[in-house]
Design a protein around this ligand. Structure first.
Ligand code: F6R
Length: 380
């Protein structure tokens, strides 16, 4: 069943290019035709009124799905221009934001069974029943890998993430699939609201379609290297992950993966926050992994990384193959293909998954079933 892989987690990491291909096929068909404004290549199968006149989106989720929600927020705000908030479901259910008619609530849960996420959505459904128009009552959307789950019964609209069953407790392929669902949703909303031209949308779609092959490049060129690199961290007790913009949630995800399977303490921070306290943690014993992809925050991340270097921290950069400036900044490079920052999370997350995997495997830990964790958390 593991098809030659030592653990399901590694097998599932390798399945990710195929999962992204499946999502591309399911969500997109054809291209944006500049000549025909009514023709959209996006097919999410959502009720047409669901996305009309939106003023706000609120996302509820837990764990890795919450990180996918943060990437989603970036896309929904920066592409579609819809103000978006992301909530831990366990917090939201006891302190919900005031309800407004033109809010879309999105629950993200790969299993469709997470108790807190379901409870937050149930509460939201109840609250929305006070609206008289049926289309306002049903402004709920689920993003899930299991449409046949409790979530599927609860919410009227679902985006299926097509990742196939995930056995490893640490979510990997279901995360990239959730992020793909957010690309689909954000591009759909961007198109409906005409927030970008068809040419701009088409360019993003072309970039998305190149991702699976680029993911394969990362796996083929980096896995062995990261396996070697993992040896260096046999005694390491703390890790810091840094990112900014759309890669800030990836830093959080890298830290969570490492914590849950290797039991090493790890923190993810937006790189610009380091100087407001966390930088005091750094010394030669605390490696810093920074995600630095060319774009709006590239120079900023590099200069934040330099600050960490001044504290003797070992600097590991997830950064494009051909960037001299990054090569000069980091002690250790994990190169990924040079892609638009907007599309980069799908690539930058892979080295972090591999790093967590190989550190844990090297320590001889039960990667697929880490201590104290269950694949789906069906209790509060
Ligand atoms: C992390 C992980 C958990 C889940 C969280 C939510 O690798 O697996 O953090 O992401 O328990 O699970 P779902 O998505 O099923 O709601």
């Amino acid at each position: 069943e593991k098809q030659g892989f030592k653990h399901f987690m590694l097998k599932e990491i390798y399945e990710q290019p195929g999962v992204v291909r499946a999502c591309l096929e399911a969500y997109f068909d054809g291209e944006w035709a500049a000549t025909d404004a009514n023709k959209s290549p996006i097919h999410l199968g959502l009720a047409p009124e669901l996305l009309a006149d939106l003023q706000h989106i609120q996302i509820v989720a837990c764990g890795t799905s919450w990180h996918a929600g943060l990437v989603g927020k970036y896309l929904l705000e920066q592409l579609a221009g819809v103000p978006t908030t992301v909530h831990y479901a366990s917090e939201f259910r006891y302190a919900p934001a005031p309800i407004t008619p033109n809010t879309l609530t999105i629950g993200v849960t790969q299993s469709g069974e997470t108790a807190d996420t379901l409870a937050a959505l149930e509460m939201e459904k109840k609250r929305r029943s006070s609206f008289t128009q049926p289309e306002l009552q049903s402004r709920l959307l689920g993003i899930t890998n299991r449409p046949e789950s409790s979530l599927g019964d609860l919410v009227p609209n679902i985006i299926d993430t097509h990742a196939g069953i995930e056995i490893g407790v640490a979510a990997t392929k279901t995360f990239v699939a959730q992020v793909m669902a957010f690309y689909g949703l954000a591009l759909d909303l961007t198109d409906r609201r005409q927030a970008k031209s068809p040419e701009q949308l088409e360019e993003i779609l072309v970039g998305l379609r190149q991702l699976p092959a680029q993911m394969e490049v990362v796996l083929e060129s980096q896995e062995r290297y990261i396996e070697e690199l993992a040896h260096d961290f046999a005694e390491t007790q703390d890790f810091i992950f840094l990112g900014r913009g759309i890669n800030f949630p990836i830093a959080l995800e890298g830290a969570l993966k490492l914590k849950e399977i290797s039991y090493i303490h790890a923190e993810g921070y937006p790189a610009g926050e380091m100087k407001h306290g966390p930088i005091a943690l750094l010394d030669a014993k605390v490696p810093v992994v920074a995600i630095a992809m060319p774009g709006a925050v590239y120079e900023k991340v590099l200069s934040n990384a330099q600050e960490a270097r001044a504290r003797d921290a070992r600097l590991i950069g997830v950064t494009p193959m051909d960037e001299q400036e990054a090569a000069d900044t980091f002690d250790t490079l994990i190169p990924v293909p040079h892609v638009d920052e907007l599309l980069s999370p799908i690539l930058t997350v892979i080295p972090l998954q591999l790093l967590a995997y190989h550190i844990a495997a090297r320590r001889g830990l039960d990667v697929d079933q880490p201590r104290n964790l269950a694949k789906s958390v069906t209790v509060e």
